[in-house]
Design a protein around this ligand. Structure first.
Ligand code: BTN
Length: 253
């Protein structure tokens, strides 16, 4: 039997109301987001509840994509936040994941609109926020210890923390920092959502770049000029300003 990748006893206790006050740790599950949504519907989860799994067999990415979640190769977790607006939750989560990764590998990933974290231009983490009632289920996947073979099955755009840092990533440390960073950003957002939005906007490497925007219906090229307060990416195309909400956006080098 494989050893669980997490040592739950090494995580600090948190009081009710704090992120991580309740943590469910499972070895294998379909999707942590799906399980947390179910708990919310049953009335068995509240702000700060966390589900973390060593492996997901039906990990979900944005826009119906699969999130590859082999055992022990990534940190797969969902955190219930709020009530909080979905686009602000994306800002909070992206900053928190970026800083938690920097805590463990001493490298700060870039943020690519809307929710990708990149190191050397390759994706190391993704975030999927789903609204349930007034709250947000924040699903976070970090490629930690993926082997070259596992990365190859995802494609050339993916990388892992182990691949970029040359060291094995302890999941317990990463989860501990992540929960601390989410708590920190949640407190900031309760005091001033503008400052969290401003930090997220500043950190986006997408702004100022030529981008390829792909939806299920079309593909076009434009220049990303800014983000709106509702999180939309503002892209100029043939002198029109287009608000992009749900699309694949690739930065053209
Ligand atoms: C993306 O970049 O497309 C978002 C990926 C989000 C993946 C995480 S892994 C934990 C949580 N459970 C899921 O099924 N998905 C999210």
């Amino acid at each position: 039997m494989t050893q669980p990748a997490l040592d739950m006893c090494a995580l600090p206790d948190r009081s009710r109301g704090e992120v991580g006050s309740v943590i469910w740790h499972l070895q294998c599950i379909a999707s942590t987001n799906e399980m947390l949504k179910r708990l919310v519907h049953q009335g068995s989860a509240w702000h700060g509840t966390v589900i973390v799994a060593d492996e997901q067999v039906a990990g979900k990415g944005r826009q119906g994509r699969v999130w590859h979640s082999p055992a022990g190769a990534g940190l797969f977790c969902s955190v219930l936040i709020g009530p909080l607006d979905v686009s602000l939750t994306y800002c909070l989560a992206a900053l928190a994941v970026r800083d938690a990764i920097a805590d463990v590998v001493d490298m700060r990933p870039d943020l690519k609109w809307p929710n990708d974290l990149l190191i050397h231009g390759r994706k190391v983490s993704g975030i999927l926020v789903e609204q349930v009632r007034q709250a947000a289920v924040v699903g976070i996947g970090v490629n930690t210890n993926m082997s070259e073979d596992q990365l190859a099955t995802i494609g050339p755009e993916a990388t892992s923390l182990a691949a970029v840092s040359g060291k094995r990533i302890p999941h317990t440390d990463l989860l501990k920092f992540l929960l601390e960073r989410i708590q920190e950003q949640y407190i900031r957002i309760s005091q001033s959502s503008e400052s969290v939005f401003r930090d997220w906007r500043r950190a986006l490497v997408t702004i100022g770049q030529t981008v390829e925007v792909e939806t299920s219906r079309e593909k076009w090229i434009g220049r990303a000029v800014d983000v709106a307060s509702d999180g939309a990416l503002l892209v100029t195309n043939d002198k029109r300003l287009v608000r992009v909400y749900a699309a694949n956006v690739r930065i053209r080098s």
